[in-house]
Design a protein around this ligand. Sequence first.
Ligand code: PMP
Length: 404
Amino acid sequence: MFDVARIREDFPILKRQVNGKPLVYLDNAATSQTPQQVIDAIVDYYSRYNANIHRGVHTLSQEATEAYEAARVKIQKHFNAAKAHEIILTSGTTHGINLVAQGFTDLLHPGEEIWVSALEHHSNIVPWQMLCERSGTRLRVIPMNETGELELEGFLKELSPKTRLVFCNHVSNALGTVNPIEKIISAAHQVGAAVLIDGAQAAPHIKADMQALDVDFYTVSAHKLCGPTGAGALYGKEAWLEKLPPYQGGGEMIAEVTFEKTTYAGLPHKFEAGTPNICGGIAFGAALDYLNAIGMDRIAAYEHELLAYATEKLLAIPGLRIYGEAAQKTSVISFNLEGAHPYDVGTILDKLGIAVRTGHHCAQPVMDFYRIPGTVRASFSFYNTRQEVDTLVAGVGRARQMLL
Ligand code: PMP
């Protein structure tokens, strides 16, 4: 029994009214809401032990360092990384991707190839385009089909020793497709290519196991996992992290500095220049504690039911088309009402207290594929209810009456 009413009590924001109506928050793929337990961890840090880490002998600094490093271990355990120093604490997925893309600049040569999937968020396209420009490498694309799934055939055929890197999201933010990353990782490894998986949208729904996946890099953002903004993690295999140069220079990331020569700190500090988001890292750990206390398997099962319910109800609305009908999906529904602009539908829903996202969802190539400017995206979390789905369906029906 999944006690959603009890879980909702943990989220103060869910009691809010918007435009005089109870908030129905269905923009979880953009950012998730924060439970009191995580808010308490943030308040506790600033109320009791706010101090800079790693370099203080005083008590507060030691307490903050211990809590920050304990959070790293929580992230390591959650994602089953072999070693804590394979977890680099970042400001989020975008930071993690850029760190890797920058690091590969001198490891690549003209004529070599990088593959990305057609389903990517801009943050998993643009850094690789910039890397291609710097290194003279060629960007190739794994295509998608009408249902929103990747077509791997051509990619698998054309992988070669020229292929150096492959990037793919675990779950598409625009459509909710769960991509066949196991297949992609093992095929890429057969030709010696490294693989970065963008786990930003998967992590709230799927507990990815770094060792079982044998992935080289995996990125997540805390704010999609009931944690704070400005915090996240990059998992990297030790051997790769050793090979990549530091991303930024500064304090924390050095072993010794003279004006003649600087030597760098070991992992993970080599990639963590400057004062990090200390509180954010600690709160990220608290968010994982919160999710694990509920159980990621239970969360996934509940969300799956909600997705099936919402899909069926929405499809009953005349003229509504859902984009992304992959066999494997997380709880994201991208849709349009025939003849209505997504922005207008989203605006009407907001007036009814319903928060959805409208637009291209930072995935313009996906929208171009379907030849549409954007969609309305409802994305569900484990604290959403069937009644909220009913409110959404009624709201879309209302929008249809007003707009068509
Ligand atoms: N990749 C995907 C698939 C995403 O959904 C997002 C966030 N919308 C990002 C990357 C970027 O994450 P962040 O903005 O937290 O860096």
